[in-house]
Design a protein around this ligand. Structure first.
Ligand code: BTN
Length: 233
């Protein structure tokens, strides 16, 4: 594993999207601050300088490409286990790949791919709220940090090393055929909640084995992909 670190950059995901051709497989790009941090669904990912862990992992090994959906949620599960090692309890995975602690978001993941005629690489962008204490108020899902929960600072370098090594070994295990589904489905935050899909309210039945989400409405079931549900009509 190789790490490229920036004090400031627009976005670690954008950096890899633009430079993947000259960067080696499994390189991690991290930054103290992102001036244009990106979230899922065209949202902004804000983070105070130096207070949180912001990084992107480049995957060029094509064996991973068909595992796209699994990579997204296994990355969340891997970070969740690292948070547990650091004493953060009651963690849940909010499909497709957020980590929540008692209703508050502590980690977000943005998985992107670069394709020409076929997929060239995957970029797993991860933002974990580590030492930031105060967050703005204009969030749909209120954030929380390790600092808020543990009431103490976390050593960023040590946390980062643990996080990277857990993530790389969990992804390798996935590539080798390990089935994370039974573990992951135990931490399904959305199960039983109401969501909207194509203007209709559904109940979430849970995460399927192929990591799509099963919804139901009046006894009818549907499976949806990431990006196809919302929490407001
Ligand atoms: C989300 O929950 O909407 C996903 C947030 C992903 C944020 C991370 S921070 C590092 C990487 N670079 C980005 O611009 N975004 C991801």
């Amino acid at each position: 594993m190789k790490e490229i670190h920036f004090r400031e950059i627009d976005s670690t995901n954008t950096y890899l999207k633009e430079n993947y051709a000259s960067v080696s497989d499994l390189t991690i790009v991290s930054a103290d601050y992102q001036s244009s941090g990106k979230g899922r669904n065209q949202r902004v990912w804000d983070s105070k300088p130096g207070e949180n862990l912001l990084f992107s992992l480049l995957i060029k090994d094509s064996d991973y490409f068909p595992l796209y959906k699994a990579i997204s949620i296994v990355s969340a599960y891997s970070v969740m286990k690292t948070l547990n090692e650091y004493g953060i309890e009651d963690t849940m995975i909010k499909w497709p790949n957020d980590i929540y602690v008692r209703g508050q978001k502590i980690c977000g993941i943005l998985l992107e791919s670069v394709s020409r005629n076929e997929i060239e690489c995957l970029i797993i962008g991860i933002g974990i709220n580590v030492n930031q204490q105060a967050f703005g108020t204009d969030y749909i899902h209120p954030p929380v940090s390790m600092r808020n929960i543990l009431n103490k600072e976390t050593d960023m370098n040590e946390f980062k090393v643990t996080c990277f090594s857990n993530l790389l070994s969990d992804l390798e295990k996935l590539k080798d055929g390990y089935d994370y589904y039974p573990e992951i489905s135990r931490y399904d935050y959305l199960r039983g909640q109401k969501v909207f899909h194509e203007g209709k309210e559904y109940t979430v039945e849970g995460i399927n084995e192929d990591y799509t989400l099963k919804l139901s409405h009046d006894g009818q079931e549907r499976n949806v992909e990431a990006g196809e549900i919302s929490f407001h009509s």
